[in-house]
Design a protein around this ligand. Structure first.
Ligand code: ADP
Ligand code: MG
Length: 367
């Protein structure tokens, strides 16, 4: 089921009632979510992710704008009539019910011609449980399950009615690192197997990048960029998006464009291929960690702090007065021999890993 958001806006009255003001939680969001895809909705806490999801589910009414499921306008439709499955960070299982009863629960509300017999409900619950591989735990109570298993029950419960759209709001946040990794792969598999259009909300860029067909990057209610994870990483529209994606994060320097070159401090670290296209002046220079090439005669000199061995790669940690990050992190191949006693380290930069941003607007400057 394709989901269309059209100029979707949600304003909340300010929580401090004395101020006659409002928060724009979602600001003019327009996007067509393709049928059968997994979309990662990504952004820092408070950027409007949950509100967007609640608008799509119908738990919140938009201040303006429209939502379509396929060609049907569902903006005024109550949540129970939209055919959405919801999973939250807190699993919200019924503690006194068994796993099977928890999964079956939404089926008990079906009325009229949709009403199911007990046997049909049990079969559907088993099907959903198999999908998330908890069919061996049907008689247990939630308190007898691990966090990861509880979250699977919550996912099975959201899937049992075969929703048109599956909405997941930070579903992995309560799990430990290993389970998080495992469960996110499960979600990706289930999504591919069922082909249900899925929106996955997270503040964790790595999580979103790893399983999404497309990511939507939000900040302060505004969508900054939508695209395939790799293209958003390779082609961020502004410094916020560039900084939000990638571990270790992009290194940001105060720099200058002058004489057809990019300067950081006194060093001209990179030539600009078509200097006429770029205005001279102060800029921010972003360099991805993988954009550094070790070279004794390199054009960019940094103060070496330490070298961290990571197996296949080596992380060179250094400093520079013009760097906005506490330390510069560069990832180089472990085959490099680095003199760890040296005071400085010299690099050349890979042009396709260097980004320029406007000093005021922080928008990307193409060069
Ligand atoms: P996220 O899920 O990305 O952390 P939310 O969608 O929960 O963000 O919130 C977006 C903004 O809207 C925040 O500034 C939040 O304080 C505000 N907000 C969310 N729900 C309400 C509400 N019911 N009343 C007032 N403000 C709200
Ligand atoms: Mg939230």
């Amino acid at each position: 089921m394709k989901v269309v958001l059209e100029n979707l806006t949600k304003k909340f009255p300010n929580r401090n009632k004395k101020i006659k003001d409002y928060v724009i939680a979602v600001n003019d969001f327009t996007f067509e979510i393709p049928d059968g895809k997994l979309i990662g909705l990504l952004g820092p806490s408070g950027c409007g992710k949950s509100t967007t999801l609640n608008l799509i589910s119908g738990l919140e009414k938009p201040t303006s704008g429209k939502i379509y499921f396929g060609d049907v306008d569902v903006t005024e439709l109550p949540p129970e009539n939209r055919g959405v499955g919801l999973v939250f960070q807190s699993y919200a299982l019924y503690p006194h019910l068994t796993v099977e009863q928890n999964i079956m629960f939404p089926l008990g509300n079906l009325k009229g011609s949709e009403k199911l017999t007990k046997q049909e409900m049990k079969e559907k619950a088993l099907e959903a449980a198999k999908l998330v591989q908890i069919d061996g735990l049907m008689e247990r109570k939630p308190s007898e399950l691990s966090g990861g298993q509880q979250q699977r029950v919550a996912i099975a419960r959201a899937l049992v009615k075969m929703p048109k759209v599956l909405l997941l709001d930070e579903p992995l946040s309560n799990l430990d690192a290993r389970l998080r990794l495992q469960t996110r792969e499960e979600i990706s598999r289930i999504q591919r197997e069922t082909g249900i259009t899925t929106i996955f909300v997270t503040h964790d860029q790595e999580e979103a990048m790893s399983i999404s067909d497309m990511i939507v990057v939000m900040k302060d209610g505004v969508v900054h960029q939508i695209g395939k994870p790799q293209s958003v990483y390779d082609d961020p529209v502004n410094m916020f998006v560039a900084k939000f994606l990638g571990t270790p994060p992009i290194n940001i320097f105060r720099g200058e464009v002058k004489n057809g070159r990019i300067y950081i401090g006194d060093e001209d670290v990179l030539n600009i291929a078509e200097p006429k296209k770029v205005k001279e002046g102060e800029v921010y220079v972003g360099v991805r960690p993988e954009g550094f090439i070790l070279n004794d005669k390199g054009r960019f000199t940094c103060n070496l702090e330490r070298v961290e061995v990571m197996g296949r790669d080596t992380s060179v940690v250094s400093k520079h007065d013009a760097c906005e990050n506490v330390t510069i992190r560069s990832i180089v191949s472990a085959e490099n021999n680095i003199d760890t006693d040296a005071k400085t380290v010299k690099f050349d930069l890979k042009p396709n890993k260097v980004y320029l941003f406007n000093k005021e607007t922080q928008d990307r400057i193409m060069f």
